[in-house]
Design a protein around this ligand. Structure first.
Ligand code: HEC
Ligand code: HEC
Ligand code: HEC
Ligand code: HEC
Ligand code: HEC
Ligand code: HEC
Ligand code: HEC
Length: 305
């Protein structure tokens, strides 16, 4: 290689390195972070997420935890998982608004959780956000500032956003709702759809097929997908030709609770009584049979051989 060619190659590298340093300085790699080498490459790409992954993508970050919403959370964010998700190309700061690489000062981190879990989503998914705001859950959050209802990132995993129609996401929906609606899950799993779901049927109805994901309303609200007015069309999504009679099929029925459905409870009670009678009869019959056998010497050794 001639000197001229080497110099020609070196020049852009030097420029790149200088640009890199300048970019790093602008982005505030201050204090201890400045010691970390900013190769020309990563600095030029500093608008990507490299700067955040430099700390949060390190293996050591796995063991470092902070308390988020009362729970211990690891500082580690899995780059492979993140980049394979639907948000793979999104910059971290689109949800962590105002965060800069380097040590995060209190001003930046104040109230970051609500922003990241709820309000930031509004910047890009305003349609969904509005639907959610009008729902029963949304009303609890915005109307009563209740911490009991789920917000966006409670149902969509923060760093692993999946397409909601994917098999993986659908398979987890029952668990999402069950965190707060254990009774509804129990009765659902007893129903036809629930049993099919449990056996891995991907086509069967899950919670959100009947209730929606965002505009969830109580059955008494005429706009609810499960109100008497809308139920037929909700079932007809998958059961073309469904009529009122078909939609009368009970999804959440607890046979042990008379106030859930008196008819079903009555049949359940009769059924349990029938089983009790049959077993009692069988037991008494067998006991008398053995007693008779003993009396007649049926089980004595000297009877054989
Ligand atoms: C120099 C290493 C470093 C870099 C670079 C870095 N972080 Fe952090 N981050 C930390 C540490 C350490 C914590 C633990 C709490 C603290 O010190 O604020 C943290 C905490 C956080 C938290 C939780 C907030 C809290 O304190 O409760 C979020 C969110 C976060 N970082 C996002 C980011 C984003 C987004 C980027 C990129 C713009 C980034 N971090 C870059 C080191 C870093
Ligand atoms: C779609 C919005 C969104 C994006 C994009 C996003 N985050 Fe987060 N992040 C969240 C939410 C929501 C939480 C709180 C999750 C929870 O409850 O633990 C969070 C929590 C964190 C935490 C605190 C630890 C934890 O798990 O709670 C760190 C650190 C963090 N994010 C870093 C990053 C980094 C680095 C990136 C970019 C690679 C990123 N985030 C991209 C929404 C996002
Ligand atoms: C109670 C759980 C739950 C909450 C809370 C929730 N989602 Fe969803 N989300 C779902 C389910 C289930 C689906 C798939 C079914 C559907 O489309 O309704 C979905 C689908 C989506 C989709 C893709 C389909 C579409 O309708 O565009 C986006 C985007 C989305 N959610 C964003 C959000 C945002 C933003 C928020 C907060 C305002 C949010 N979600 C709150 C459960 C939830
Ligand atoms: C900076 C913009 C931005 C922010 C902020 C953002 N998203 Fe997204 N989101 C997108 C883009 C872009 C896509 C890619 C696919 C599309 O919708 O066309 C997407 C996709 C999704 C999907 C998958 C939709 C599908 O049909 O596959 C869900 C679910 C989702 N986002 C939920 C959220 C939630 C929850 C938050 C807040 C925690 C959030 N997003 C914050 C831009 C954003
Ligand atoms: C973080 C907890 C939480 C999660 C997760 C959650 N909900 Fe709720 N939900 C509530 C609370 C709290 C209420 C209001 C109190 C009540 O009636 O139970 C409510 C109310 C409802 C109602 C109206 C209840 C009524 O009595 O008429 C329906 C329907 C509902 N949720 C369905 C769902 C579905 C479907 C999912 C999953 C996609 C879900 N919820 C996930 C907390 C949650
Ligand atoms: C096949 C449709 C369907 C599926 C699947 C379904 N539901 Fe329902 N759900 C209904 C109907 C219809 C009602 C109103 C009548 C009733 O209470 O039985 C209802 C009522 C509810 C209520 C209000 C109960 C009350 O007594 O006010 C909650 C909460 C609920 N469902 C949660 C869930 C959850 C959680 C799942 C998933 C585990 C689920 N549902 C699956 C159709 C469905
Ligand atoms: C997301 C699609 C979906 C929705 C919505 C749905 N179902 Fe189903 N349902 C199925 C599938 C799939 C089967 C299983 C059919 C089969 O393969 O045997 C099924 C089976 C059934 C069965 C037993 C078998 C049969 O075909 O008679 C009944 C009863 C039933 N559904 C009632 C309802 C009612 C009532 C509603 C509305 C409240 C409803 N379903 C909503 C998908 C759905």
């Amino acid at each position: 290689m001639t000197r001229r060619r080497a110099a020609a190659l070196a020049a852009p590298l030097v420029v790149a390195a200088l640009l890199g340093l300048a970019a790093a300085a602008l982005l505030g790699f201050a204090g201890p972070a400045a010691a970390a080498p900013s190769t020309a490459d990563s600095a030029l790409n500093a608008r990507s997420n490299d700067a955040c992954f430099r700390c949060h993508g390190q293996q050591e970050a796995r063991d470092q935890t902070i308390v988020v919403d009362g729970q211990q959370k690891s500082l580690f964010v899995d780059r492979t998982v993140y980049e394979a998700s639907r948000h793979g190309k999104l910059s971290c700061t689109s949800c962590h608004i105002g965060f800069k690489p380097g040590s995060h000062d209190a001003g930046q981190t104040q109230a970051w959780l609500v922003t990241a879990k709820l309000t930031a989503c509004n910047n890009c998914h305003a349609d969904v956000f509005d639907m959610y705001r009008g729902s029963f859950h949304g009303n609890l959050v915005f109307g009563e500032s209740s911490g009991k209802a789920p917000v966006c990132a409670d149902c969509h995993e923060a760093h692993n956003i999946m397409p909601p129609d994917s098999a993986e996401f659908r398979a987890g929906i029952d668990g999402l709702c069950a965190r707060c609606h254990a009774d509804a899950l129990r009765t659902y799993l007893d129903s036809y759809h629930g049993k099919a779901f449990y056996l891995g049927d991907a086509q069967t109805a899950v919670c959100s097929d009947c209730h929606g994901g965002h505009r969830i309303l109580p059955p008494s609200d005429p706009e609810s997908m499960v109100s008497p007015q809308n139920l037929v069309s909700t079932c007809a999504q998958c059961h073309p030709g469904a009529n009122e009679n078909f939609a009368g099929f009970m999804v959440h029925v607890d046979p042990q609770n008379p106030s859930s459905s008196f008819v079903v409870w009555t049949f359940y009670a009769l059924y349990i009584m029938l089983i009790a009678v049959v077993f009692t009869f069988g037991f008494v019959h067998t006991a008398l049979y053995i007693y008779r056998g003993i009396k007649d010497g049926l089980y004595r050794r000297d009877r054989h051989g």
